[in-house]
Design a protein around this ligand. Structure first.
Ligand SMILES: [Zn+2]
Length: 75
């Protein structure tokens, strides 16, 4: 009868600094709906400042951060 032999192999997951990280901001003012294009942190912050400059009552943004993570098998 076949038997399965299961072995516990530890893994870790870490941010992969060699791969792209992206930021994006979405204006939360009701009825606006504008968003920055996905970009680096400085570009997105400048977009937020410019958006509030054009629309002084639009002062809150939902920010989204994405990155890549890599799972590494430990042996
Ligand atoms: Zn807005």
């Amino acid at each position: 009868m076949p038997r399965a032999v299961l072995k516990y192999v530890p893994h870790t997951i870490r941010h992969a600094p060699d791969l792209e990280s992206t930021r994006q901001a979405h204006c939360t003012t009701a009825g606006c709906g504008e968003s920055s294009t996905p970009s680096d942190e400085d570009t997105v912050q400048l977009w937020c400042l410019g958006h509030t400059g054009r629309h002084p009552e639009h002062t809150v943004f939902r920010r989204v951060f994405t990155d890549h993570a890599r799972v590494i098998r430990e042996e």
